[in-house]
Design a protein around this ligand. Structure first.
Ligand code: TRP
Ligand code: ZN
Length: 907
């Protein structure tokens, strides 16, 4: 098995980086594609690297799971070529430049890891990032070795009519014995992780467009024949992405042809291979019947993300994998900005700000729920990690989402224009190179004539910074002073080891008067007021900022638009939070005030629940939510976000000792209070937000559906849920789109879990849903996920339902989407059931990690992370989690899973 470490796993360290001993200028690959025995001939032009530290005696190529056949140098068979533990070692090297040709064999049919060359639904696909190319041929499989590729594919024509690789098609034609070939050439130098090939029975839609400089481009979206009717949205998203990058960053598509291919067996979301992006079907296929509004917007975001990598990742790539955030953090930032601009459309002023804010809120929610937790646990690492055992474990929330925040802060500091100047300089300096995070920071600093030495700490320190704020008002002098202090609070050992000093934190603030309006801001020393929001550059451990001409004691609006990835501590009263929720001109902070209010209430309830005390909720809190519910000046999308309670996992994370059962009781209690005390309002909201007529996945309609379906979810939790069941049943039957149909199904499940009755309605709908969508794998994934995440109860153990579903004929653990829809949905999407006190969830988790470890280490390692926070839980749970982790540690073989469980156990 690949990635199997017989002994203790080797740690790779950033400080050990050395340039490669050899460079590979060009590669010619020939594939004879046969599922169980593919022959690869690889001819490379190599030369010694003039920048290498010393002349290496041998050439060490990486290779994994390959059968070596032969090697020749400059056309002659070469004897000194030996298979080693990690690849192929070649001696007797003739001079400084030579041509090396290697033949090897691999077995795509048996490749369940989905890394390297593999077969899915009878077609061939590749996945090379991060280190999959070495599973295809022997190579210097590292991103600082950049080459031009020519690729010839040969295969049976009937079974594999379509043959694709990177770049431009040079030639194609027939061969004897019913075979055919195609030769592709990618004119741009690239690292091996961007190589791709696809072969099989696929069809495409295509479009021709002219890029900004007037060149004609061919765009294609390739899928299996039955999915051709689900490609339009991906194509539209691609065209929007191309236009956006031209307009916002002046970046043009550089190839004549750009292809997207969908595959149903895929480890992650999608992959930015040069000119041949390969996607998980989940992020390509959509029509109104099969995909939800969220699916539509995820597709737009991921298509954008992969397209934007063409410049940020491919044209300028990473020197080594420690620099991963150089491309990922930057590209996530670009896709977030793209989605925000698409949501805003032609809107201007406040409407545009509101549309952009909902996207920002969604992104921050993910960051806080997932990345903050990662940063507090045993896998905590800086945006630019210092070491790893398995690089696949470092495609993390920290590298992607916190990395995006670190990029966003340059824009917050320098404005859009300053950020653009930095980007322009970055491409001017580094196009065609493999570079580092420091190179990016220097481009930003130089283009804006700033010293950003301190900013380096955002890349090197792990843990979530905590900013404590104190405020004082001097009525006589009309001065208002904010004193900010920064530190890390309680952090994990992993994080603490990296922490050295204060960060440059762009801290955006506004001051609000008693009438709810923003006050003009003038910092001490400034000549005139500079607007109503200002970005404080907070660089010391503790620092004071004084505003002058402040006529009344203001209420501060802190960290507007979440200007830095930090936690802010400030003693707001409940009344002040309700005031901010009703008045703050910054939509992000309006939402934030509501979340703080709800979190405070929920944590108090959870504390009572864990002591077995009676639960009760403050009228003022209900009233604050009622005001949002009634406020039709707010968009439906915003109201939906504001009326959604923080997730159970986020709340558990906020407790000093996580108690999932108490959190669940608290959240259910508060949901049901909101449901019953605002019942008529929810009903009215439901009616007011219907979207009759043809389905459109626009932000406006999606916002209405979201709010309507949230109302339905609240109503489903009433003691007497008959109204909700009736509405849900009718909505289920009448739906012309998946958003409404799946929301209705989930409402029926919720009603049946809450009131115990009406289980038959839920069961009938589940049954109908399955039959209706039996031939749509992505919808069947939803069917599994809805059941795995459903609310359980004392006599409704979801683990039993999940174990049953594992036996369902449609379940297949080898397909990552299917495994995620059932196993991951239960283990991370249903905390109250997963953390059952009998340990049944943990035993299930251990079984599945062990099973996946033998098939697909990347997917197994993601699941393994589900228990890394074990130390934070109640003693009873902690002990059982520890036992499950120990069990897994004793049985798994992959480097991927070992790194995760060993770090968890050592914490
Ligand atoms: N680079 C890809 C992206 O940003 C993600 C990726 C990394 C990936 N490793 C992968 C995708 C392995 C699939 C499999 O979107
Ligand atoms: Zn990416």
């Amino acid at each position: 098995m690949s990635n199997t470490a017989p002994t203790a796993s080797a740690v790779i360290r950033r400080e050990d980086y050395t340039p490669p001993a050899f460079l590979i200028d060009s590669v010619a690959l020939e594939f004879d594609l046969v599922p169980s025995r593919t022959v690869v001939k690889n001819t490379m032009r190599l030369r010694r690297n003039p920048d290498a530290a010393s002349a290496a005696p041998r050439l060490e190529l990486m290779g994994e799971q390959l059968e070596f056949v032969s090697a020749s140098i400059d056309g002659k068979p070469h004897a000194d070529a030996h298979v080693t533990e990690n690849g192929l070692s070649i001696g007797d090297i003739p001079g400084d430049a030579f041509e090396l040709s290697i033949e090897s064999i691999c077995n795509p049919a048996e490749n369940t890891t989905l890394s390297g060359l593999y077969v899915s639904s009878g077609n061939f696909f590749t996945q090379c990032e991060a280190e999959g190319f070495r599973r295809i041929t022997y190579f210097l499989d590292r991103p600082d070795v950049m080459s031009t590729y020519t690729v010839t594919l040969r295969a049976d024509k009937a079974a594999y009519p379509v043959l694709l690789s990177n770049g431009n098609l040079l030639e194609e034609g027939d061969l004897p014995d019913g075979r055919h070939f195609a030769t592709w050439e990618d004119p741009f130098k690239k690292p091996s992780y961007l190589f791709a090939l696809v072969a099989g029975k696929l069809v495409c839609i295509e479009e021709r467009i002219k890029s900004s400089s007037g060149k004609e481009k061919l765009l294609q979206v390739w899928v299996e024949p039955q999915d051709l009717d689900k490609t339009r949205h991906a194509m539209d998203s691609l065209i929007h992405s191309i236009r956006w990058d031209e307009k916002r960053f002046g970046l043009e598509l550089d190839l004549d042809r750009f292809m997207i291919v969908a595959v149903s067996d895929f480890n992650m979301g999608a992959m930015e291979n040069k000119g041949l992006n390969i996607f998980n079907t989940k992020y390509v296929l959509a029509n109104p019947e099969t995909a939800t509004d969220i699916d539509f917007s995820n597709i737009e975001a991921v298509v954008g993300h992969e397209y934007f990598h063409n410049w940020t990742g491919n044209r300028v790539t990473c020197r080594d994998w420690f620099q991963l955030s150089l491309k990922e953090g930057l590209t996530v930032f670009r896709d977030q900005e793209f989605s925000a601009d698409m949501a805003a459309g032609d809107a201007e002023g406040a409407a545009s700000a509101a549309a952009r804010a909902t996207k920002r809120i969604e992104d921050v929610r993910v960051l806080r729920q997932m990345q903050f937790a990662e940063d507090a646990g045993p896998m905590a690492h800086p945006v630019r990690p210092e070491s790893y055992v398995e690089i696949n474990n470092f495609y993390t929330m920290t590298v992607y989402e916190k990395g995006s925040e670190v990029v966003r802060m340059y824009q917050t500091l320098f404005g859009r224009d300053g950020f653009r100047r930095g980007m322009d300089l970055y491409f001017q300096r580094h196009d065609g190179q493999a570079v580092t995070c420091d190179d990016f920071r220097r481009a930003m600093a130089d283009a804006n004539k700033r010293d950003l030495a301190q900013y380096e700490r955002w890349y090197s320190q792990a843990g979530t910074p905590r900013v404590t704020v104190r405020a004082s008002y001097d009525a006589a002098a009309k001065r208002y002073t904010l004193t900010l202090a920064q530190g890390y609070g309680e952090t994990s050992e992993a994080a603490r080891a990296t922490q050295k000093g204060p960060l440059l934190i762009p801290f955006s603030v506004g001051l609000i008067g008693s009438n709810g309006a923003d006050l003009p801001l003038r910092l001490e020393g400034e000549q005139q007021p500079g607007g109503t929001t200002c970005v404080l550059e907070f660089t010391e451990r503790e620092q004071s900022f004084t505003f002058v001409d402040v006529d009344e004691p203001p209420l501060p609006s802190l960290l507007r638009n979440f200007s830095a990835p930090v936690i802010v501590d400030f003693d707001y009263t409940n009344e002040q939070l309700a005031f901010l929720l009703a008045n703050d001109s910054d939509p992000f902070n309006r939402w934030e005030a509501g979340q703080r209010l709800a979190t405070r209430e929920l944590l108090a309830l959870a504390a009572r629940a864990s002591k077995g005390e009676a639960l009760a909720i403050d009228d003022e809190t209900i009233a604050a939510f009622a005001r949002v519910l009634d406020d039709t000046t707010l968009t439906p999308a915003f109201r939906e976000l504001a009326l959604m309670l923080p997730s159970e996992s986020y709340l558990a994370e906020q407790m000093s000792v996580s108690d999932p059962a108490a959190v669940h009781a608290a959240r259910v209690f508060m949901s049901r209070q909101l449901a019953s005390r605002l019942r008529d309002k929810w009903l009215a909201l439901y009616e007011a937000n219907r979207t009759p007529g043809e389905y459109r996945p626009t932000p406006e309609d999606a916002g209405k559906r979201g709010l309507k379906n949230l109302a339905l979810a609240y109503l489903s939790q009433l003691d007497d849920p008959r109204d909700a069941v009736q509405l849900a049943q009718k909505q289920y039957d009448d739906a012309n789109n998946m958003t409404d149909r799946s929301a209705a199904l989930s409402a029926l499940l919720l009603a049946s879990a809450t009131a115990g009755a009406s289980a038959s309605a839920a069961d009938a709908a589940l049954e109908d849903f399955y039959r209706r969508f039996e031939k749509e794998p992505l919808v069947i994934d939803k069917w599994f996920a809805l059941q795995a995440t459903q609310r359980g109860g004392a006599d409704r153990k979801v683990i039993d339902i999940v174990r049953n579903l594992m036996q369902h004929p449609a379940f297949n653990i080898k397909n990552p989407n299917r495994a995620r829809s059932l196993i991951f949905s239960f283990c991370s999407g249903n905390p109250a059931q997963f953390h059952a006190v009998d340990g049944s969830g943990y035993a299930f988790w251990a079984e599945q990690v062990i099973a996946l470890d033998a098939l697909n280490p990347q997917v197994a390692a993601r699941l393994a992370r589900g228990l890394e926070m074990w130390r934070r839980f109640t003693p009873q749970l902690r002990e059982k989690m520890h036992a499950a982790l120990t069990e897994v540690a004793s049985k798994v073989k992959s480097r991927d899973v070992r790194e995760v469980v060993e770090k968890a156990l050592a914490s």
